[in-house]
Design a protein around this ligand. Structure first.
Ligand SMILES: [Zn+2]
Length: 425
Protein backbone atom coordinates (compact mmCIF):
# COMPACT_ATOMS: atom_id res chain seq x y z
CA UNK A 1 0.00 0.00 0.00
CA UNK A 2 2.95 2.29 0.55
CA UNK A 3 3.59 1.73 -3.18
CA UNK A 4 0.56 3.87 -4.04
CA UNK A 5 1.48 6.66 -1.67
CA UNK A 6 5.00 6.53 -3.02
CA UNK A 7 4.14 6.52 -6.73
CA UNK A 8 4.67 10.30 -6.83
CA UNK A 9 8.06 9.91 -5.13
CA UNK A 10 9.10 7.22 -7.62
CA UNK A 11 8.02 9.42 -10.53
CA UNK A 12 10.05 12.26 -9.09
CA UNK A 13 13.14 10.01 -8.80
CA UNK A 14 12.73 9.03 -12.46
CA UNK A 15 12.31 12.69 -13.43
CA UNK A 16 15.52 13.50 -11.56
CA UNK A 17 17.62 10.96 -13.47
CA UNK A 18 19.70 13.66 -15.17
CA UNK A 19 20.24 15.42 -11.88
CA UNK A 20 21.28 12.10 -10.32
CA UNK A 21 23.83 11.52 -13.10
CA UNK A 22 25.23 15.03 -12.72
CA UNK A 23 25.45 14.69 -8.96
CA UNK A 24 27.30 11.37 -9.24
CA UNK A 25 29.66 12.84 -11.85
CA UNK A 26 30.37 15.88 -9.71
CA UNK A 27 31.19 13.66 -6.72
CA UNK A 28 33.56 11.48 -8.79
CA UNK A 29 35.36 14.58 -10.08
CA UNK A 30 36.62 15.32 -6.57
CA UNK A 31 39.71 13.06 -6.53
CA UNK A 32 39.33 12.12 -2.87
CA UNK A 33 42.08 9.51 -2.88
CA UNK A 34 42.90 8.04 0.51
CA UNK A 35 45.64 7.80 1.53
CA UNK A 36 46.50 10.62 1.83
CA UNK A 37 42.90 11.95 2.01
CA UNK A 38 42.62 14.50 -0.79
CA UNK A 39 39.90 17.12 -1.22
CA UNK A 40 37.73 16.14 1.74
CA UNK A 41 36.90 19.74 2.56
CA UNK A 42 35.87 20.52 -1.03
CA UNK A 43 33.58 17.50 -1.35
CA UNK A 44 31.86 17.92 2.03
CA UNK A 45 31.17 21.58 1.24
CA UNK A 46 29.70 20.55 -2.11
CA UNK A 47 27.38 18.05 -0.39
CA UNK A 48 26.58 20.51 2.41
CA UNK A 49 25.73 23.36 0.03
CA UNK A 50 23.42 21.19 -2.01
CA UNK A 51 21.51 19.84 0.98
CA UNK A 52 21.37 23.22 2.71
CA UNK A 53 19.40 24.47 -0.28
CA UNK A 54 16.93 21.62 0.30
CA UNK A 55 16.26 22.54 3.91
CA UNK A 56 18.82 20.38 5.71
CA UNK A 57 20.82 21.78 8.61
CA UNK A 58 24.50 21.16 8.00
CA UNK A 59 27.36 20.35 10.33
CA UNK A 60 30.96 19.99 9.26
CA UNK A 61 33.04 17.97 11.68
CA UNK A 62 36.79 17.75 11.34
CA UNK A 63 38.32 14.75 13.11
CA UNK A 64 41.10 16.69 14.80
CA UNK A 65 43.85 14.38 15.97
CA UNK A 66 42.59 11.32 14.09
CA UNK A 67 45.28 9.29 12.29
CA UNK A 68 46.14 11.12 9.06
CA UNK A 69 44.51 14.42 10.09
CA UNK A 70 46.85 17.32 9.31
CA UNK A 71 46.77 20.86 7.99
CA UNK A 72 47.43 19.50 4.49
CA UNK A 73 44.98 16.60 4.77
CA UNK A 74 42.24 17.55 7.22
CA UNK A 75 39.71 14.80 7.95
CA UNK A 76 36.40 16.54 7.18
CA UNK A 77 32.96 14.98 7.55
CA UNK A 78 29.53 16.39 6.80
CA UNK A 79 26.29 15.55 8.59
CA UNK A 80 23.09 16.92 7.08
CA UNK A 81 19.82 16.61 9.02
CA UNK A 82 16.29 17.30 7.80
CA UNK A 83 13.65 17.71 10.51
CA UNK A 84 10.08 17.17 9.40
CA UNK A 85 8.81 18.94 12.50
CA UNK A 86 6.67 15.91 13.37
CA UNK A 87 7.66 13.45 16.06
CA UNK A 88 9.22 10.25 14.76
CA UNK A 89 12.41 8.26 14.28
CA UNK A 90 15.51 9.21 12.30
CA UNK A 91 16.77 7.35 9.24
CA UNK A 92 20.42 7.99 8.47
CA UNK A 93 22.20 7.35 5.15
CA UNK A 94 25.97 7.12 5.64
CA UNK A 95 28.42 7.14 2.74
CA UNK A 96 32.17 7.38 2.74
CA UNK A 97 33.62 10.11 0.54
CA UNK A 98 37.10 8.63 0.10
CA UNK A 99 38.27 6.39 -2.72
CA UNK A 100 41.30 4.16 -3.14
CA UNK A 101 44.18 4.93 -5.50
CA UNK A 102 43.49 4.43 -9.20
CA UNK A 103 46.16 1.80 -9.98
CA UNK A 104 46.98 0.67 -13.52
CA UNK A 105 44.81 -0.72 -16.28
CA UNK A 106 42.32 2.10 -16.87
CA UNK A 107 40.98 2.76 -20.37
CA UNK A 108 38.98 5.80 -19.10
CA UNK A 109 40.07 8.88 -17.19
CA UNK A 110 39.40 7.83 -13.57
CA UNK A 111 38.22 11.32 -12.56
CA UNK A 112 36.36 12.44 -15.72
CA UNK A 113 33.18 10.56 -14.76
CA UNK A 114 32.25 9.84 -18.38
CA UNK A 115 28.71 8.61 -19.07
CA UNK A 116 28.82 5.84 -21.70
CA UNK A 117 25.88 3.54 -22.50
CA UNK A 118 24.14 4.12 -19.20
CA UNK A 119 27.27 3.66 -17.08
CA UNK A 120 29.29 6.29 -15.27
CA UNK A 121 32.98 5.44 -15.14
CA UNK A 122 35.45 6.60 -12.54
CA UNK A 123 37.31 5.78 -9.35
CA UNK A 124 34.64 5.67 -6.66
CA UNK A 125 31.74 5.41 -9.15
CA UNK A 126 30.57 2.18 -7.56
CA UNK A 127 32.45 2.41 -4.24
CA UNK A 128 30.56 4.52 -3.32
CA UNK A 129 29.75 7.86 -4.85
CA UNK A 130 26.94 6.29 -6.90
CA UNK A 131 25.35 5.17 -3.63
CA UNK A 132 25.81 8.56 -2.03
CA UNK A 133 24.20 10.27 -5.03
CA UNK A 134 21.27 7.81 -5.02
CA UNK A 135 20.63 8.34 -1.29
CA UNK A 136 20.61 12.14 -1.76
CA UNK A 137 18.13 11.93 -4.65
CA UNK A 138 15.96 9.51 -2.61
CA UNK A 139 15.86 11.86 0.40
CA UNK A 140 15.19 14.92 -1.75
CA UNK A 141 12.31 13.19 -3.56
CA UNK A 142 10.72 12.20 -0.24
CA UNK A 143 11.09 15.68 1.21
CA UNK A 144 9.75 17.49 -1.86
CA UNK A 145 6.65 15.27 -2.06
CA UNK A 146 3.42 16.27 -0.34
CA UNK A 147 3.64 13.34 2.08
CA UNK A 148 3.53 14.48 5.70
CA UNK A 149 6.66 12.67 6.81
CA UNK A 150 7.49 12.05 10.46
CA UNK A 151 10.82 12.22 12.22
CA UNK A 152 14.08 13.15 10.54
CA UNK A 153 16.35 12.15 7.68
CA UNK A 154 20.12 12.41 7.92
CA UNK A 155 22.75 12.09 5.23
CA UNK A 156 26.42 11.94 6.10
CA UNK A 157 29.55 11.99 3.95
CA UNK A 158 32.42 10.62 5.97
CA UNK A 159 36.18 10.32 5.66
CA UNK A 160 38.64 7.46 5.71
CA UNK A 161 36.49 4.33 5.37
CA UNK A 162 39.11 2.87 3.07
CA UNK A 163 41.74 3.23 5.80
CA UNK A 164 39.62 2.04 8.73
CA UNK A 165 37.21 4.93 9.33
CA UNK A 166 38.94 6.37 12.38
CA UNK A 167 38.74 9.93 11.03
CA UNK A 168 35.20 9.32 9.82
CA UNK A 169 32.42 7.16 11.27
CA UNK A 170 34.46 6.03 14.31
CA UNK A 171 35.13 9.66 15.24
CA UNK A 172 31.50 10.68 14.75
CA UNK A 173 30.27 7.68 16.73
CA UNK A 174 32.58 8.67 19.61
CA UNK A 175 31.01 12.15 19.51
CA UNK A 176 27.49 10.74 19.74
CA UNK A 177 26.37 11.19 16.14
CA UNK A 178 25.17 7.58 16.01
CA UNK A 179 23.57 7.49 19.46
CA UNK A 180 20.01 6.42 20.17
CA UNK A 181 18.78 9.92 20.97
CA UNK A 182 19.71 11.00 17.49
CA UNK A 183 19.52 8.11 15.01
CA UNK A 184 17.34 4.96 14.86
CA UNK A 185 18.10 3.26 11.55
CA UNK A 186 21.18 3.38 9.34
CA UNK A 187 21.57 2.45 5.67
CA UNK A 188 25.10 2.48 4.23
CA UNK A 189 24.84 2.61 0.42
CA UNK A 190 27.95 0.50 -0.25
CA UNK A 191 28.03 -1.31 -3.62
CA UNK A 192 26.59 -4.69 -2.74
CA UNK A 193 24.31 -5.11 -5.76
CA UNK A 194 20.90 -3.54 -6.06
CA UNK A 195 18.90 -6.64 -5.03
CA UNK A 196 20.83 -7.66 -1.90
CA UNK A 197 20.65 -6.59 1.72
CA UNK A 198 23.98 -6.79 3.53
CA UNK A 199 23.58 -7.63 7.21
CA UNK A 200 27.17 -7.16 8.28
CA UNK A 201 30.70 -8.41 7.87
CA UNK A 202 33.31 -10.84 9.19
CA UNK A 203 35.90 -9.89 11.78
CA UNK A 204 39.55 -9.07 11.13
CA UNK A 205 42.75 -9.73 13.01
CA UNK A 206 46.03 -8.50 11.56
CA UNK A 207 49.22 -9.45 13.33
CA UNK A 208 52.95 -9.51 12.74
CA UNK A 209 54.90 -12.60 13.77
CA UNK A 210 58.66 -12.36 14.08
CA UNK A 211 61.01 -15.31 14.44
CA UNK A 212 64.48 -14.74 15.81
CA UNK A 213 67.76 -16.45 14.98
CA UNK A 214 71.46 -15.70 15.30
CA UNK A 215 73.65 -14.03 12.69
CA UNK A 216 76.72 -15.89 11.42
CA UNK A 217 78.81 -16.20 8.26
CA UNK A 218 76.78 -17.62 5.37
CA UNK A 219 79.50 -20.16 4.59
CA UNK A 220 79.12 -21.62 8.08
CA UNK A 221 75.36 -21.45 8.73
CA UNK A 222 75.74 -24.18 11.37
CA UNK A 223 77.38 -21.53 13.56
CA UNK A 224 74.25 -19.36 13.41
CA UNK A 225 70.53 -19.95 13.57
CA UNK A 226 68.37 -19.15 10.54
CA UNK A 227 65.24 -17.13 11.37
CA UNK A 228 63.81 -17.83 7.89
CA UNK A 229 63.91 -21.61 8.50
CA UNK A 230 62.06 -21.04 11.78
CA UNK A 231 59.43 -19.08 9.86
CA UNK A 232 59.25 -21.93 7.35
CA UNK A 233 58.33 -24.20 10.23
CA UNK A 234 55.55 -21.76 11.21
CA UNK A 235 54.13 -21.85 7.67
CA UNK A 236 54.32 -25.67 7.65
CA UNK A 237 52.37 -25.83 10.92
CA UNK A 238 49.76 -23.46 9.47
CA UNK A 239 49.40 -25.81 6.48
CA UNK A 240 49.20 -28.93 8.64
CA UNK A 241 47.00 -27.65 11.46
CA UNK A 242 45.51 -24.20 11.06
CA UNK A 243 44.19 -24.32 7.49
CA UNK A 244 42.45 -27.71 7.96
CA UNK A 245 40.95 -26.53 11.28
CA UNK A 246 39.57 -23.39 9.66
CA UNK A 247 38.24 -25.35 6.68
CA UNK A 248 36.21 -27.56 9.02
CA UNK A 249 34.24 -24.61 10.44
CA UNK A 250 31.05 -23.30 8.91
CA UNK A 251 29.11 -20.17 9.62
CA UNK A 252 25.51 -19.15 9.83
CA UNK A 253 26.59 -15.82 8.32
CA UNK A 254 25.45 -15.60 4.68
CA UNK A 255 28.85 -14.33 3.56
CA UNK A 256 29.50 -13.89 -0.17
CA UNK A 257 31.27 -15.13 -2.17
CA UNK A 258 30.94 -18.79 -1.13
CA UNK A 259 34.64 -19.18 -0.25
CA UNK A 260 34.31 -16.47 2.40
CA UNK A 261 31.71 -18.51 4.34
CA UNK A 262 34.70 -19.93 6.19
CA UNK A 263 37.45 -18.44 8.23
CA UNK A 264 40.30 -17.34 6.03
CA UNK A 265 43.95 -16.59 6.57
CA UNK A 266 46.02 -14.61 4.12
CA UNK A 267 49.77 -14.52 4.56
CA UNK A 268 50.23 -10.92 3.56
CA UNK A 269 54.03 -10.86 3.52
CA UNK A 270 57.17 -12.62 4.70
CA UNK A 271 60.49 -10.98 4.94
CA UNK A 272 63.74 -12.17 6.43
CA UNK A 273 67.43 -11.54 5.94
CA UNK A 274 69.03 -9.24 3.42
CA UNK A 275 66.99 -6.22 2.36
CA UNK A 276 65.53 -6.32 -1.12
CA UNK A 277 66.46 -3.54 -3.50
CA UNK A 278 69.95 -2.97 -2.13
CA UNK A 279 72.83 -2.86 -4.64
CA UNK A 280 72.20 -6.43 -5.72
CA UNK A 281 75.31 -7.90 -4.14
CA UNK A 282 74.68 -10.73 -1.72
CA UNK A 283 75.95 -10.42 1.78
CA UNK A 284 76.91 -13.78 3.26
CA UNK A 285 74.93 -13.73 6.49
CA UNK A 286 72.54 -16.03 8.30
CA UNK A 287 69.32 -14.04 8.89
CA UNK A 288 68.62 -13.33 12.53
CA UNK A 289 65.07 -12.08 12.00
CA UNK A 290 62.10 -12.98 9.83
CA UNK A 291 58.75 -11.20 9.90
CA UNK A 292 55.40 -12.37 8.61
CA UNK A 293 52.16 -10.37 8.48
CA UNK A 294 48.98 -12.39 8.72
CA UNK A 295 45.44 -11.25 7.85
CA UNK A 296 42.93 -13.51 9.56
CA UNK A 297 39.21 -13.02 8.79
CA UNK A 298 36.89 -14.63 11.28
CA UNK A 299 33.25 -15.50 11.74
CA UNK A 300 30.55 -14.34 14.08
CA UNK A 301 30.69 -17.79 15.76
CA UNK A 302 34.39 -17.39 16.55
CA UNK A 303 35.85 -15.56 19.50
CA UNK A 304 38.79 -13.23 18.88
CA UNK A 305 40.64 -14.64 21.91
CA UNK A 306 40.31 -18.17 20.51
CA UNK A 307 41.33 -16.99 17.05
CA UNK A 308 44.52 -15.55 18.51
CA UNK A 309 44.98 -18.53 20.82
CA UNK A 310 44.96 -20.92 17.86
CA UNK A 311 48.01 -19.15 16.41
CA UNK A 312 49.91 -18.75 19.68
CA UNK A 313 49.33 -22.44 20.49
CA UNK A 314 51.10 -23.34 17.24
CA UNK A 315 53.95 -20.92 18.01
CA UNK A 316 54.33 -22.17 21.58
CA UNK A 317 54.26 -25.76 20.30
CA UNK A 318 57.23 -24.96 18.05
CA UNK A 319 59.04 -23.56 21.04
CA UNK A 320 59.08 -26.99 22.62
CA UNK A 321 59.46 -29.08 19.44
CA UNK A 322 62.07 -26.99 17.65
CA UNK A 323 65.47 -26.15 19.01
CA UNK A 324 66.24 -22.44 19.27
CA UNK A 325 62.73 -21.35 18.21
CA UNK A 326 61.97 -17.88 19.55
CA UNK A 327 59.15 -15.63 18.44
CA UNK A 328 57.27 -12.42 19.11
CA UNK A 329 53.77 -11.54 17.96
CA UNK A 330 52.32 -8.04 17.65
CA UNK A 331 48.68 -7.12 17.06
CA UNK A 332 48.15 -4.65 14.21
CA UNK A 333 44.36 -4.43 13.81
CA UNK A 334 41.26 -5.95 15.35
CA UNK A 335 37.69 -5.71 14.07
CA UNK A 336 34.89 -7.67 15.70
CA UNK A 337 32.31 -9.21 13.30
CA UNK A 338 28.98 -7.45 12.99
CA UNK A 339 25.68 -8.95 11.86
CA UNK A 340 22.29 -7.28 12.18
CA UNK A 341 19.31 -9.50 13.03
CA UNK A 342 17.44 -10.44 9.86
CA UNK A 343 14.13 -9.58 11.60
CA UNK A 344 15.17 -6.05 12.52
CA UNK A 345 13.22 -3.14 11.01
CA UNK A 346 15.84 -1.76 8.62
CA UNK A 347 16.47 -5.22 7.15
CA UNK A 348 12.79 -6.05 6.72
CA UNK A 349 11.76 -2.68 5.27
CA UNK A 350 14.64 -2.64 2.80
CA UNK A 351 13.81 -6.21 1.77
CA UNK A 352 10.14 -5.27 1.27
CA UNK A 353 11.16 -2.27 -0.81
CA UNK A 354 13.40 -4.44 -3.03
CA UNK A 355 10.43 -6.79 -3.58
CA UNK A 356 8.15 -3.90 -4.55
CA UNK A 357 10.60 -1.95 -6.69
CA UNK A 358 12.45 -4.80 -8.40
CA UNK A 359 9.75 -7.47 -8.22
CA UNK A 360 12.10 -10.08 -6.78
CA UNK A 361 13.03 -11.55 -3.43
CA UNK A 362 16.23 -10.03 -2.08
CA UNK A 363 19.27 -12.04 -1.07
CA UNK A 364 20.54 -11.50 2.45
CA UNK A 365 24.31 -11.45 2.54
CA UNK A 366 27.31 -10.53 4.64
CA UNK A 367 30.40 -8.85 3.28
CA UNK A 368 33.73 -10.73 3.18
CA UNK A 369 35.56 -7.53 4.16
CA UNK A 370 34.59 -4.92 6.70
CA UNK A 371 33.06 -1.48 6.32
CA UNK A 372 31.90 1.28 8.67
CA UNK A 373 29.07 -0.80 10.21
CA UNK A 374 31.62 -1.98 12.81
CA UNK A 375 31.86 1.51 14.32
CA UNK A 376 28.12 2.15 14.26
CA UNK A 377 27.58 -1.21 15.99
CA UNK A 378 30.46 -1.18 18.51
CA UNK A 379 30.99 2.50 19.29
CA UNK A 380 27.54 3.89 18.54
CA UNK A 381 25.86 0.77 19.98
CA UNK A 382 23.32 1.14 17.18
CA UNK A 383 22.28 -2.28 15.91
CA UNK A 384 19.71 -1.42 13.26
CA UNK A 385 22.22 -0.95 10.47
CA UNK A 386 22.73 -2.50 7.02
CA UNK A 387 24.57 -1.87 3.80
CA UNK A 388 22.43 -1.48 0.73
CA UNK A 389 23.28 0.35 -2.47
CA UNK A 390 23.83 0.33 -6.23
CA UNK A 391 26.94 -0.98 -7.93
CA UNK A 392 28.54 -4.38 -8.34
CA UNK A 393 30.68 -5.46 -5.40
CA UNK A 394 33.35 -7.06 -7.59
CA UNK A 395 34.01 -3.75 -9.41
CA UNK A 396 35.08 -1.95 -6.24
CA UNK A 397 38.76 -0.91 -6.33
CA UNK A 398 39.13 -2.23 -9.94
CA UNK A 399 40.28 -0.32 -13.04
CA UNK A 400 37.38 1.03 -15.15
CA UNK A 401 35.09 0.94 -12.11
CA UNK A 402 31.57 2.06 -13.07
CA UNK A 403 28.05 2.39 -11.73
CA UNK A 404 24.93 1.85 -13.84
CA UNK A 405 22.44 4.69 -13.96
CA UNK A 406 19.50 2.25 -13.86
CA UNK A 407 20.90 0.71 -10.67
CA UNK A 408 21.19 4.15 -9.07
CA UNK A 409 17.59 5.00 -10.00
CA UNK A 410 16.27 1.67 -8.71
CA UNK A 411 18.26 1.79 -5.49
CA UNK A 412 17.10 5.38 -4.90
CA UNK A 413 13.50 4.11 -5.07
CA UNK A 414 14.32 1.26 -2.68
CA UNK A 415 15.99 3.67 -0.26
CA UNK A 416 13.07 6.11 -0.47
CA UNK A 417 10.52 3.37 0.25
CA UNK A 418 12.58 1.85 3.07
CA UNK A 419 13.02 5.28 4.67
CA UNK A 420 9.33 6.08 4.28
CA UNK A 421 8.24 2.84 5.96
CA UNK A 422 10.76 3.24 8.78
CA UNK A 423 9.73 6.84 9.42
CA UNK A 424 5.96 6.31 9.27
CA UNK A 425 5.70 3.17 11.44
ZN1 LIG B 1 33.20 1.36 0.14
Amino acid sequence: MSEQILSGVFEEIEKQEKSLVRLCQDLIRFPTINPPGNDYQAIVEYIGNRLKNRGFSIEYVRAYGAPGDSADYPRYNVIARYETGRHGPCVHFNSHIDVVETGDGWTKDPFAAELIDGKIYGRGACDMKGGLAASIIAAEALISSDIELKGAIEISGTADEESGGLGGVAYLAEKGYFSKDRVDHVIIPEPLNVDRVCLGHRGVWWAEIETHGRIAHGSMPFLGDCAVRHMGAVVAEFEDKLYPAMAARFTEMPVVPEGAKQSTLNINSIHGGQEEGSDGLPSPCVPDSCRMIIDRRFLVEEDLKEVKGEVTTILNGLKTSREGFKYEIRDMLEVIPSMTDINSPVVQETANAIKDVLGKDPDFICSPGTYDQKHIDRIGNLKDCIAYGPGILELAHQPDEYVEVDDMVNSAKVMAQAAYNLLMK
